[in-house]
Design a protein. Structure first.
Length: 237
């Protein structure tokens, strides 16, 4: 199985790559993040977990408008067909609404939303066809309609709401291409980002527990869902 995970250098993304290594008998995982050092550590850990999984660290900035010209050939050579893409990378901007400027809003949307556009456009020709592809977009309960909202998170939460809407649009456009697209709106899991958003708060789930759910869903969820926004939450936060 061929898998790509963004935001793989820490938190849920890091644990997600390791969990795939535990579950799968063989295959390749491209782990993407800007933090090359953490990716190399992840690769070493994965070798000890399952040496039959080839973990390829790619130190890339998916928020860069030059992503395509820099990495398109690499992705094509490393992974002719993508079975699973998990758009997990995220950026938290924590500022009161009246203190936000356009740069703050752009940074949040660039990583959380625009990067999905960029990466899927680059990889589209390597998806679907005779073999199905499952795209899993990671959103947040902060962007889930009707959920609790919190001061200082309007840029982050609204960008995650945009991920949900984008998921529905992608599922519709790709429905005849053997590509399924779903979105998981995650509740609180103990990560660095959660600590930044809610200092001192103790989440009911660890990053490892959340990653285990996501990996299982990525492998099997496309058999049951397409274009769905699914809350995965014990608490918000």
């Amino acid at each position: 199985m061929n898998i790509i995970v963004t935001g793989a250098s820490q938190g849920i993304g890091y644990e997600l790559v390791k969990d795939f290594c535990r579950q799968l008998k063989g295959g390749k995982i491209i782990a993407i993040s800007r933090n090359a050092q953490n990716l190399e550590q992840l690769q070493r850990e994965c070798v000890t977990i399952n040496p039959l999984i080839d973990v390829v660290p790619v130190a890339a900035d998916i928020s860069s408008v030059k992503l395509s010209q820099t990495y398109s050939a690499l992705f094509q050579s490393e992974m002719p067909h993508v079975d699973i893409l998990i758009n997990n990378a995220g950026l938290l901007v924590k500022k009161n609404f009246t203190d936000l400027n356009e740069e703050d809003i752009y940074r949040a949307y660039n990583v959380n939303v625009f990067s999905i556009f960029r990466l899927v456009k680059i990889l589209k020709q390597q998806m679907g066809g005779e073999k199905k592809t499952h795209i899993v977009n990671i959103s947040s309960m902060g962007g889930f309609q009707g959920s609790s909202k919190f001061p200082g998170l309007s840029a982050y939460s609204s960008s995650k709401a945009a991920v949900a809407g984008l998921t529905e649009c992608m599922a519709e456009e790709f429905k005849n291409d053997n590509i399924k697209v779903n979105c998981l709106a995650l509740g609180a899991a103990q990560t660095k980002m959660l600590e930044e958003a809610f200092p001192g708060y103790k989440a009911p789930l660890t990053a490892e527990q959340m990653a285990a759910f996501i990996s299982n869903f990525a492998i099997t969820g496309s058999n049951f869902f397409n274009g769905k926004i699914l809350p995965v939450s014990l608490s918000t936060p």
